[in-house]
Ligand binder design. Structure first.
Ligand SMILES: [Zn+2]
Ligand SMILES: [Zn+2]
Length: 272
């Protein structure tokens, strides 16, 4: 790649959670080039909606059009990577494996992710999460998230995993306060990370939590530090859904890489 650092998590208008006139691939190029950062587009790819919702951007085989468009951009700009943020669902395990067999090689970077433990109620949408909490209670919602995450990592369908503990975007002491018997410990997130290390799966340091009341990345700085010390492979993502947010994230992404690099040094200096 052209530049030293890469923001691995950029959404374009191909993502369903971006407004109709949202950013195209091209809209990001100037800013990325001026600020000397590589960008990897990681648009949402959710098999359930691709099969069932005709308004979903990738409905009905539009992935071919996506590849045509992104490959054209890549041919002219050597700081762009093609990728997808692919949702994991238990019932789609076989289809996900088939998808990776069919398309894994056509993209530079595919990352597995969990937004929904119950279809239609993403834990990353506050209103939908409140609806889910009304049905299941917070302890079970958090447990389900961690159980499904573990299942996704163990499946080894993905070599990269996004935002390990995004369940805490809204469930935390500053927002939707968990009950005392809900396990929200760092240890729980560390154990997911350790499973990734064991499987040689890369872990995202996702900076998007900084814009929510929790005001910390996913996972937290202390958890990512510990995982790095234990040998984790880490990629950094801003999770940008707009040009302005991307612009303000660039310095944070670079800072995060520099911070992670220093942890490496500590490890190697201790070992010598
Ligand atoms: Zn996500
Ligand atoms: Zn994302």
């Amino acid at each position: 790649m052209k530049f030293e650092y890469t923001d691995y998590h950029i959404h374009s208008k191909w993502s369903h959670d971006i407004k109709e006139f949202g950013p195209s691939f091209e809209n990001y190029l100037d800013i990325a080039e001026k600020n000397e950062i590589n960008i990897c587009f990681l648009d949402h790819y959710e098999l359930y909606y691709i099969e069932n919702d005709e308004t979903y951007p990738f409905y009905d085989g539009k992935i071919e059009q996506y590849l045509d468009e992104i490959d054209k951009v890549k041919a002219s700009y050597d700081f762009v990577l093609s990728g997808l943020e692919v949702d994991y669902y238990t019932d789609y395990k076989i289809k996900l494996r088939e998808f990776m067999d069919d398309y894994g090689k056509d993209f530079d970077f595919i990352a597995g992710t969990i937004h929904e433990t119950d279809i239609g109620l993403p834990v990353t949408n506050r209103d939908k999460l409140v609806e889910l909490l009304g049905k299941k209670g917070v302890k079970q919602v958090v447990n389900n998230f961690f159980e499904l995450s573990e299942e996704m990592i163990r499946s080894q369908i993905f070599q990269n995993i996004c935002h390990l503990d995004t369940i805490f975007r809204y469930i935390n002491i500053r927002d939707l306060v968990p009950t005392f018997d809900t396990d929200v410990s760092d240890e729980r997130v560390l154990n997911l990370g350790r499973l990734c290390i064991k499987n040689n799966t890369s872990i995202e340091y996702n900076l998007s939590g900084l814009k929510f009341p929790i005001k910390r990345p996913f996972p937290s700085k202390s958890v990512i530090t510990q995982l790095k010390r234990e040998g984790a492979k880490i990629f950094v993502g801003s999770d940008s859904h707009s040009i302005n947010y991307f612009r303000t994230s660039i310095s944070k992404v670079k800072k995060a890489y520099k911070f992670l690099k220093k942890i490496d040094k500590k490890r190697s200096s201790r070992n010598t």
